[in-house]
Design a binder for this molecule. Structure first.
Ligand code: IMP
Length: 432
């Protein structure tokens, strides 16, 4: 019956992969509910690195079922590549993986349109991952999307693909002046991919509800971050799905009142990839120093991440929205060596100073942070194993963030390896 959700508190890349991996070890089912292969969750196990894009983070654990929920947009080719890559490393992926038949499919034309639209946006581009996420979700909402189960029915697929291509090819050809899609090739490739995946296809909602009835532990794995959420985030510089806790019920078919714990992951500073407002961003030497210290380059696209100090307003807003029970604080080790550490505690806006995230603003581009400076520490903390062994100033920094967020820090992470984390000062052993 216990079910725990882990989401990102910031703009993605909070280090969810490692945290999900550690909780997945105790879970019977791990389910993803939103996004697609725009995500990149890194897990390091005994010096071996795994980067998961679509496959949930329980795949490395024996006896865990991993569900790709109906709320995802799935690039079947990318999924098969990921399955084959992990299988080649000895992981029995097909035993452990399930795919909801209602999940929407990302076709090559979605990726194509993603790139074309970004180019057309020019200066207003979002900086998408180019994986076709937005166009696939747009089709879902417009009801011209195609689900995995639709491809498995040859007749249905033929009808739906012809209808979709009539519109897509016209846009690609007439608006963007590019070659139209090849129907036969797309039909054959997609059919073969879906047939290959057929043994994995399930009603994901039923799987989760049954598992819950049977008293099994379910872990919901968020992708991206709450500030990239389609409704809650910094629109239009967001992804096209519901990344927060609220996305779980719709994206899986698991009733919202059955969720027992809501947890989020946040870095001890802040990063963002792609365009869009980032009030506490650091520029020049400081931003560069943080990027190099944290090796802040995207797991999916390799793009350098924008870096800045912790934004208390945005994080508190996300913590409130998610109704959090606790947070995981990651990358604390990256801050070692900074003489002082900034925290954005307010914004100066054209309308005056605010101490609460101004979600009603049309643009955050014009806000300036109001900083507080905390003393840093010089010690390498990557082998610290308990809160009390942290330098005093690091403990103070965590206490300050915990108080500001209003939720306990459950775990502190000081490096990428599974063993580099420990209980927060007010953390609980049991997270279920
Ligand atoms: P899309 O999800 O590819 O449409 O991209 C929309 C925005 O979300 C862009 O700013 C991306 O950089 C950002 N984004 C999407 N996925 C991730 C992620 O997993 N981590 C961080 N940023 C992401």
């Amino acid at each position: 019956m216990p079910s725990t959700a882990i989401v990102g508190l910031q703009w993605g890349d909070e280090g969810k992969g490692k945290i999900i991996d550690s909780l997945a070890a105790q879970a019977d089912v791990v389910a993803r509910y939103a996004g697609g292969n725009n995500a990149g969750h890194t897990v390091i196990v005994q010096d071996e690195k795994f980067v998961l894009h679509l496959i949930p983070g329980g795949i490395l654990h024996d006896g865990t079922i991993n569900l790709i929920g109906r709320g995802l947009v799935v690039d079947l080719g990318a999924l098969i590549e990921e399955i084959d890559g992990l299988s080649a490393r000895g992981i029995p992926v097909e035993e452990r993986l399930r795919l909801d038949g209602s999940a929407q499919v990302i076709f090559p034309y979605h990726r194509h349109v993603d790139g074309l639209v970004e180019k057309w946006r020019g200066k207003g581009r979002i900086g998408t991952t180019g994986r076709g996420i937005g166009p696939a979700y747009a089709d879902k909402v417009a009801r011209t999307g195609i689900r995995v189960a639709d491809i498995l029915d040859e007749k249905v697929f033929e009808q739906r693909l012809l209808a979709a291509l009539a519109e897509k090819s016209a846009v690609i050809e007439k608006v963007y002046g590019q070659a139209p899609e090849n129907y036969e090739e797309l039909f054959e490739t997609s059919r073969a991919q879906a047939e290959r995946l057929r043994p994995l296809i399930v009603d994901g909602g039923a799987l989760l509800r049954d598992a819950s009835q049977e008293g099994k532990r379910i872990l919901f794995e968020g992708a991206q971050g709450s500030m990239l959420d389609l409704d809650a985030g910094t629109y239009p510089y967001v992804t096209s799905s519901w990344t927060g806790i609220w996305g779980i019920a719709g994206g899986t078919g698991f009733p919202p009142n059955r969720l027992s714990r809501s947890l989020a992951v946040t870095k001890a500073y802040c990063t963002r990839v792609g365009e869009g407002p980032f009030p506490t961003e650091l520029f020049g030497e400081m931003g560069e120093r943080l990027r190099e210290a944290g090796n802040e380059y995207g797991a999916t696209t390799g793009r350098p991440r924008r870096c800045g100090w912790f934004d208390m307003l945005a994080s508190r807003y996300a913590a409130e929205l998610n109704g959090l029970d606790g947070v995981f604080m990651t990358n604390l080790d990256v801050l070692s060596g900074f003489e002082t550490i900034g925290v954005g505690m307010g914004y100066k806006t054209p309308q005056g100073e605010v101490s609460r995230f101004p979600a009603e603003f049309s643009s955050l581009e014009q806000v300036e942070p109001i900083w507080i400076e905390m003393p840093g520490w010089s010690e390498d903390i990557t082998s610290v194993q308990s809160y009390s062994d942290l330098p005093e100033t690091a403990q103070d920094y965590l206490r300050f963030l915990e108080k500001g967020l209003g939720v306990p820090i459950e775990r502190v992470s000081v490096g990428p390896d599974r063993c580099q984390s420990f209980l927060g000062e007010n953390g609980q052993e049991n997270l279920w």
